[in-house]
Design a protein around this ligand. Structure first.
Ligand SMILES: O=C(O)CCC(=O)C(=O)O
Ligand SMILES: [Fe+2]
Length: 353
C-alpha cells in the first residue's frame, strides 16, 4: 500500500514538473531568446533528392538501378508524390503473392504458440511488443493487434515489399540505397489518431523515411480506411519541446495528443482536406515520412481491413536493424533493397519460403 502511494506520488511530481517546464518553455519562446532552441525542420543537407528544389527526374534516373516496364509512369508519379506527399500505384502487386502472405498470417495465428515473432495487442502487456506465442489467440485476431516486422520470417513477404514494380519508385524517392527497417501487419483498422511518422518511427536521418500501405484485400469504406491530408508533408513541423521535431516519451514536453491537435488545426489553417483511402488489393499507397495520416474508426465491426504497412529508410538513415547494436556484415538484398535481419529472431528467420 505504502509503496503504491510512493509510486503515485512520484508520478504526480513528475507530471507537475513537466507542466511547469512546459509553461517555462512557452514563455521563453514567446518572450525570451531562442538561442538554444532546436531547428524545427529536417536538415536541408540530408534531404532526399525528390525533396530538394533542384530535383530533376533525369538526374535521379541516372542514379537508380535499371528497371523494366512499370505499370505506371515513374516521372509522373514522382511529380505527384513531390507535390502531394502521397501517391497510389495501381495494379502493382500480384494478387496470388498477397494472398499467400496473408495465408501465412492465418497459419501463424492458428499456431501462434510455436512462434516468437513479435506482435502488439490492444490493452495487453502494457502495449509492449510481445512474442505472438504469449498473446492469447482471440487478442491476436482482434482489433488493435498488429504483427511487427513479420517480413523477418518470410521470404514471400520480403519479395512482396520489395517488388520490382515498387523498388524503382522507392529508390527514386529516397535514395538508391533503400532499406526496409520496420513493418506492421493489421487485420483491422489501426483507428490511430492523426500523426506524422518521422517523430516516432525514428531514423538517424529523419528525412529519410517513406512508407508503403499495401492492402491485402479491397478496402471497404466502413472498415476504418487509412486517411491522410494531401500536401501536409510541407507544413511547419510541430515542436515537441526540448526534443525538437522528434518525440521522446521521457524528455519531450508535449504529448502525442498535443501533436495530433496541432496537426488537425494546422491542416485546417492551411485549408488541407482530409482524404480517405479506398484502394484495391494489388494497389499500393506510398506516403512521405511527414504526411499527416491516421486510421478512421471502424463503422462495421465485422469488416476487416487486412493491410501491410512498411517503413523504408536508406542505409545511411538506418544503418542496421533496430534490435541490433552494429551493422550486419552482408545484409540481405531483394530487388536492390536492403532488408535487415532481426538478430533476436535468427532462429525463426525465413520460416516461409
Ligand atoms: O494503417 C493504419 O491505419 C495506420 C498505420 C500507420 O499510421 C503507421 O503504421 O504509420
Ligand atoms: Fe503512421
Amino acid at each position: 500500500m505504502i509503496s503504491e502511494l510512493k509510486v503515485q506520488l512520484r508520478k504526480a511530481k513528475k507530471s507537475l514538473k513537466k507542466k511547469i517546464e512546459r509553461i517555462q518553455y512557452r514563455l521563453n519562446h514567446q518572450f525570451g531568446s531562442r538561442k538554444n532552441s532546436k531547428v524545427l525542420d529536417f536538415d536541408p543537407k540530408t534531404l532526399p533528392f525528390l525533396d530538394r528544389e533542384s530535383y530533376s527526374f533525369k538526374e535521379i534516373k541516372k542514379n537508380i538501378s535499371s528497371f523494366g516496364d512499370l505499370p505506371y509512369d515513374l516521372e509522373q508519379k514522382l511529380n505527384f508524390f513531390r507535390e502531394y506527399g502521397y501517391v497510389v500505384l495501381e495494379n502493382c502487386l500480384p494478387q496470388e503473392a498477397i494472398d499467400s502472405v496473408w495465408n501465412e498470417i492465418e497459419y501463424l495465428t492458428e499456431n501462434h504458440k510455436q512462434y516468437d515473432i513479435d506482435g502488439l495487442a490492444h490493452r495487453f502487456n502494457d502495449q509492449k511488443e510481445t512474442p505472438i506465442r504469449l498473446i492469447p489467440q482471440e487478442k491476436l485476431k482482434g482489433v488493435g493487434t498488429r504483427f511487427i516486422d513479420y517480413h523477418d520470417s518470410s521470404i514471400p513477404a520480403k519479395k512482396l515489399i520489395t517488388h520490382p514494380n515498387l523498388a524503382p519508385f522507392l529508390q527514386a524517392s529516397l535514395s538508391p540505397n533503400v532499406a526496409v527497417f520496420q513493418s506492421l501487419i493489421f487485420r483491422y483498422s489501426s483507428q490511430q489518431d492523426i500523426h506524422q511518422d518521422f517523430p516516432w518511427v525514428t531514423t538517424k536521418i529523419p528525412s529519410h523515411l517513406a512508407a508503403a500501405w499495401i492492402p491485402m484485400e479491397d478496402v471497404h469504406v466502413d472498415a476504418g480506411p487509412l486517411f491522410y491530408y494531401p500536401k501536409s508533408h510541407l507544413m511547419k513541423k510541430f515542436d515537441f519541446g526540448k526534443t525538437g521535431i522528434l518525440y521522446d516519451h521521457e524528455k519531450s514536453l508535449f504529448s502525442p495528443d498535443d501533436f495530433s491537435k496541432y496537426l488537425t488545426k494546422t491542416c485546417a489553417q492551411n485549408n488541407l482536406k482530409k482524404e480517405v483511402l479506398l484502394i484495391k488489393k494489388g494497389d499500393i499507397l506510398i506516403w512521405h515520412g511527414a504526411l499527416a495520416h491516421g486510421g478512421m474508426p471502424i463503422n462495421d465491426i465485422q469488416k476487416t481491413r487486412k493491410s501491410f504497412v512498411v517503413h523504408y529508410s536508406t542505409t545511411d538513415g538506418h544503418p542496421y536493424h533496430r534490435r541490433a547494436t552494429k551493422a550486419e556484415e552482408k545484409p540481405d538484398k531483394y530487388n536492390g533493397i536492403t532488408v535487415y535481419s532481426n538478430p533476436k529472431l535468427a532462429h525463426q528467420k525465413d520460416l516461409f519460403r
